[in-house]
Design a protein around this ligand. Structure first.
Ligand code: UDP
Ligand code: MG
Length: 315
């Protein structure tokens, strides 16, 4: 059983001004209930709605709002970069990563901490959605396709996984050891293979503001997460090639056979279909290889994942 401890809460913030105060109040109420010392880390991922000013105001309230850290990125670098930056400056023995929009109810943290405190073996407590939020039919369908592809290629089922997790300091250290710039927190924490316990919850709707993801960004995230996790699509290209080769051998034999029997006049449509089919397979293959080259290109540049424009200094 662990007693008094510092609990860090890392919160990526992108245009969440109206939610921040409530998040903080509810977090403090939770921390009081479980007698933890709270360290809140807000990472402003290039917000344009005055979120950073609100973070500064909250910090200046001091007192009950206690230990508050803040970073502001120079522009929008994405949620993954914000999570990374937050983990890097957090100091607690346990670190919770949660959204700022109250879809990850702060009250669940007391259950997470209780599970984590029970013994020394739990490295990660992950909050798992009981069911998906209500969304447009297109998004439901797209999510179904994406999670299916991810499971097929990467062998990991992340259907109901969220970024709402409690990480023991050991898990944070292992996560920070990973050298890649392009990250996928949800998948990598599973990849770490550390002992994790799932905790179910039902996500409420967003408190204020709107979802910041566009279709383009979601497709980009889906593509990157698969490419950075699995090289199976590359191997599929080879298998398609092998299948195509076998098919063409069979077709050649058939053509020769027909030629010998003097029946080789017909078959023009077959030629067109074959050319189109092979052409698109080759393009698809080059495209898949291109995705991996692009990933390698981004990684070898070794650019930092984010640039910090401003930070709240320790008092
Ligand atoms: N977020 C971020 N950078 C971005 C997009 C989102 O830091 O470029 C944060 C956002 O402020 C929120 C969390 O990531 O705290 C989840 O975002 P959102 O609610 O828009 O997406 P959801 O995961 O609920 O679909
Ligand atoms: Mg949300």
């Amino acid at each position: 059983m662990r007693d008094s401890l510092i609990l860090s809460v890392v919160i990526p913030v992108f245009n969440e001004r109206c939610n921040l105060r409530e998040v903080l109040d509810r977090l403090h109420a939770v921390a009081k209930g479980i007698s933890c010392e709270l360290e809140v880390v807000f990472v402003d991922d290039g917000s344009t709605d005055g979120s950073w000013e609100e973070i500064c105001v909250l910090r200046n309230l001091g007192g009950a709002h206690g230990n508050l850290k803040g970073l502001r990125f120079s522009r929008n670098f994405g949620k993954e970069a914000a999570i990374l930056a937050g983990l890097q400056i957090s100091q607690g023995e346990a670190v919770v990563v949660m959204d700022a929009d109250l879809q990850h109810p702060p009250e669940l943290i007391s259950d997470m901490v209780a599970i984590w405190r029970e013994g020394f073996v739990v490295d990660i407590v992950e909050a798992v959605k009981i069911r998906r939020q209500k969304e447009a039919l297109f998004f439901r369908w797209a999510a179904w396709v994406y999670y299916g592809l991810f499971r097929f290629f990467c062998g990991i089922d992340i259907r109901n996984a969220t970024d709402f997790k409690l990480l023991d300091r050991r898990a944070v250290e292992q996560y920070l050891r990973l050298p890649e710039v392009g990250r996928f927190f949800r998948g990598l924490t599973i990849w770490l293979g550390m002992h994790s316990v799932a905790l179910e919850f039902e996500p409420p709707p967003r408190a204020h503001g709107s979802k910041s993801w566009t279709v383009g960004r979601l497709v980009g995230l889906a593509r990157r997460s698969i490419v950075s996790f699995s090289s199976m699509p590359l191997r599929l290209v080879t298998w398609f090639g092998v299948l195509g080769l076998m098919f063409s051998i069979a077709l050649t034999l058939q053509t020769l056979w027909l030629h010998w029997r003097g029946q080789s006049e017909e078959g023009f449509p077959t030629v067109i279909v074959l050319i189109l089919g092979m052409g698109s397979m080759i393009l698809l293959g080059i495209g898949i290889i291109g995705e991996y080259v692009a990933e390698i290109y981004t990684e070898v540049k070794r650019r930092p994942a984010y640039v910090v424009a401003d930070r709240l200094r320790d008092e």
